[in-house]
Write a protein that binds this ligand. Structure first.
Ligand code: CTP
Length: 399
């Protein structure tokens, strides 16, 4: 619930601006008060009248409105809220925010605010993929701006891909997560999850049986404790948790790049089942069957993401948690793995087929730290996630 919370909603100028109307309704339904601000371009898509009617509040539209300055100065306006939400955040608005420009009311508020800021980007696929936008995104994340979406799908401009404004319930969930009170409030945590797919040719790949269930549950549990969660996932079956920033990747190398781009974080939980090897020379066109000739695949080693992050000289998370999927001598192998990879904790589990853990709903883990090992009874993956999230909160508090 959002009772007693005030959200300063900055509506950017894009075709998705109409969804801001629904967003206002849903936020208010959850108990939040919404102070709307329209950029000049947003006023071309939605009217101050409809926005104001749904919000039940005055709509702010221009920096140089002297009446408003007399009523409430822009500095004050930027600080009345518990959260500043920019939805839709256009490429232009993101660029201005990244540069610290303050040419109108919306950008002035964003520069003057001392409250947390969240953006829900919406733009054409190519604009989203453009290196300039990606650079701005990285800058904004580095400044502590939270990001929800964008989603992938058909776009108003007729193209397909990432760039759609996240669905309203997803934005509301992210707002709730950002305002959740909990021991991890103000902490940024990275979670990797799922398998990776390593292409052999454009239609074939090497994968593993990870469903991503444990990683999704951990991300959700960390979110519930108030953390800002960046969830980097391979092509996993498990539903993505709501209220977290989801980064979809396919290969180990893409996962590594996404992880590095997400730093700095307070803690990293590496639950992904990353392929250790990739096919060295993946074919760029489909390999054809040739009678009597079997193909030979050459392999190259993938980057070890956990080891790389654990050994960072600058920007290492205060807590690095790895996973060990073993089929025998679980504790001994996992203890050695902790030292080899340089992480703080290892969550070890026995994935031999008889346990039904890989792809199943339960897990039986041993938590290994510098202080020794601790066996947890077999329990649901959600329970494991909750317990681990609570331990992470405890460790970061002591930090
Ligand atoms: N991991 C990673 N990058 C890799 C391989 C693994 O980040 N390229 C992480 C996993 O997310 C997990 C931990 O390392 O947290 C252990 O992975 P696992 O595959 O069990 O260990 P390996 O190093 O592959 O050791 P082995 O296969 O010999 O058991």
């Amino acid at each position: 619930m959002l009772a007693g919370k005030r959200i300063l909603l900055i509506i950017g100028g894009g075709i998705a601006a109409y969804k801001a109307l629904e967003l206002i309704r849903r936020l208010r339904e959850r108990g939040a008060a919404v102070t709307p601000v329209l950029t000049r371009a947003a006023g071309e898509f939605v009217t101050p009248l409809s926005v104001g009617a749904l919000a039940g509040e005055k709509v702010y539209t221009d920096l140089f409105d002297l009446t408003d300055e007399a009523e409430m100065g822009h500095i004050q306006l930027s600080r009345v809220a518990d959260l500043v939400l920019v939805a839709p955040a256009t490429a232009d608005l993101m660029a201005k925010m990244a540069q610290g420009l303050a040419g109108d009311l919306a950008t002035t508020l964003l520069l003057a605010t001392d409250t947390p800021v969240m953006i829900a980007p919406a733009m054409n696929v190519r604009m989203w993929d453009h290196p300039a936008t990606q650079r701005n995104l990285a800058t904004l994340q580095g400044d502590g701006v939270r990001v929800v979406g964008p989603a992938s799908g058909d776009m108003a401009c007729g193209e397909y891909g990432p760039g759609r404004l996240s669905e309203v319930p997803e934005i509301v969930a992210a707002v709730e997560a950002a305002l959740a009170d909990g021991p991890l409030r103000g902490r940024r945590v990275l979670v990797t999850s799922g398998p990776t797919h390593e292409p052999i040719d454009p239609v074939r790949y090497i994968a593993n049986r990870s469903s991503g269930a444990q990683g999704s549950a951990i991300a959700g549990a960390l979110r519930d404790l108030g953390a800002e969660v960046i969830f980097v996932t391979g092509p996993a079956e498990a539903p993505r948790p709501s209220g977290v920033q989801v980064v979809e990747v396919e290969t180990a190398r893409e996962m590594r790049d996404a992880v590095m781009a997400a730093l700095p974080v307070d803690a990293g939980v590496f639950a992904a089942a990353v392929a250790d090897w990739r096919v060295e020379n993946a074919a760029t066109s489909k390999m054809k069957k040739v009678a009597g000739a079997l193909p030979t695949l050459g392999f190259a080693e993938n980057p070890d993401i956990l080891a790389e992050v654990s050994r960072l000289e600058n920007g290492r998370p205060s807590l690095v948690v790895g996973f060990a999927a073993e089929t025998d001598d679980v504790e001994a192998h996992a203890t050695a793995k902790r030292l080899r990879k340089g992480c703080d904790w290892i969550v070890a589990n026995d994935v031999s087929p008889a346990t039904g853990i890989m792809g199943g709903s339960e897990n039986a883990v041993v938590l290994i730290s510098g202080e020794g090992s601790e066996s947890w009874p077999r329990m649901g993956k959600r329970e494991v996630a909750k317990r681990l999230a609570a331990r992470i909160a405890e460790a970061l508090r002591a930090d």
